[in-house]
Write a protein that binds this ligand. Structure first.
Ligand SMILES: O=c1ccn([C@@H]2O[C@H](COP(=O)(O)O)[C@@H](O)[C@H]2O)c(=O)[nH]1
Length: 237
C-alpha cells in the first residue's frame, strides 16, 4: 500500500453539490470519509456517488446509544457497502457487540461485505485537561484511550479511532492486525483548528497509524489538489 492509499480525506461539506465539486477537484483521492454534516444533508445518495466513482468509503457517523438502537443503526449502515464505520467506545461492551453483529447481518442481507467497525477512543478535539476537569474522568489520557481500544478489541471490533499521539502505545498493545485510524493530523504548514492532539502525517505513520484522516488542510486549501500533492510529496520524501 502506498502512502496515498493510507490517507482518508474528510468530505466535510454541507451539500451534495459541494461534495461532488471536491470529488471532481481531487480525482487522485481513493478513500473518502463521509461524516455527520454531509450525511445529514444528503443521506445515502452521497455513498452511491462515491461507489459509482469506485472510491473506498469511511462512514463516520459515530453511533453512541443504547445497544438496541446501536444495533438498528449498524444493521442499516451495514447495508450501504461501506469499508469503515464508527461507533463510540463509551457506548459499552454490550452495545459494541450488538453493533458488530448487526453490521454483519445488515451486510449479509444486502449481499455485501461487512464494514470494519472502529471504536472512537477519545475525540481528538479533547485534551488531558478536558478529560480531567470537564468530563471528570479520573485516569490519565493515554490510559483512558488504551482501555477504550482494549474494550473495543475484546468486543470483536476491528479497530479504533485515536489521535496519532496514542498510536504507538495502541499499536504495541493491540497488535499489528488492529486498525488504528487517526484524525488529528496536521502538516507543519496547516492550522490546527479545533484539533488538540495532533501530529504531522509522517509522525502519525511512523507511530503506527493504519490510516490518516485529513480534512481541512486539504479540502479547505485554496488549491486542494496542491495540498494533497504536497502532503504526498512530504510523505514520499
Ligand atoms: O476523534 C475524532 C474522530 C473523528 N474526527 C473526524 O476527522 C475529521 C478531521 O478533519 P480535520 O479537518 O482534518 O480536522 C473530521 O471529519 C472529524 O469529524 C476527528 O477529527 N476526531
Amino acid at each position: 500500500m502506498t502512502a496515498a492509499d493510507r490517507i482518508i480525506v474528510a468530505l466535510d461539506v454541507s451539500s451534495g453539490e459541494e461534495a461532488i465539486a471536491l470529488l471532481d477537484r481531487l480525482p487522485d483521492v481513493q478513500f473518502w470519509k463521509v461524516g455527520l454534516e454531509l450525511f445529514v444533508s444528503t443521506g445515502p445518495s452521497i455513498l452511491e456517488e462515491l461507489k459509482q466513482r469506485q472510491k473506498r468509503i469511511f462512514l463516520d457517523l459515530k453511533f453512541h446509544d443504547i445497544p438496541n438502537t446501536m444495533a438498528g443503526a449498524c444493521r442499516a449502515a451495514g447495508g450501504y457497502g461501506v469499508d469503515l464505520l464508527t461507533v463510540h467506545g463509551v457506548a459499552g461492551r454490550t452495545a459494541l457487540q450488538r453493533a458488530l453483529e448487526a453490521s454483519r447481518a445488515g451486510a449479509e442481507s444486502a449481499g455485501l461485505s461487512p464494514p470494519n467497525l472502529l471504536a472512537i477512543t477519545l475525540l481528538t478535539s479533547l485534551n488531558s485537561r478536558d478529560l480531567a476537569f470537564d468530563l471528570k474522568v479520573p485516569v490519565e489520557l493515554p490510559e483512558y484511550t488504551l482501555q477504550m481500544a482494549l474494550l473495543a478489541q475484546e468486543s470483536g471490533i476491528q479497530g479504533a479511532v485515536c489521535s496519532p499521539q496514542e498510536a504507538a502505545q495502541l499499536r504495541r498493545v493491540c497488535g499489528d492486525e488492529f486498525l488504528l485510524v487517526c484524525p488529528g493530523v496536521r502538516p507543519t504548514w496547516a492550522e490546527g483548528g479545533d484539533q488538540r492532539r495532533v501530529m504531522t502525517p509522517q509522525e502519525a505513520l511512523q507511530a503506527g497509524a493504519s490510516y490518516l484522516v485529513i480534512g481541512r488542510p486539504i479540502t479547505g486549501a485554496d488549491d486542494p489538489q496542491g495540498a494533497w500533492k504536497r502532503i504526498n510529496d512530504e510523505l514520499a520524501g
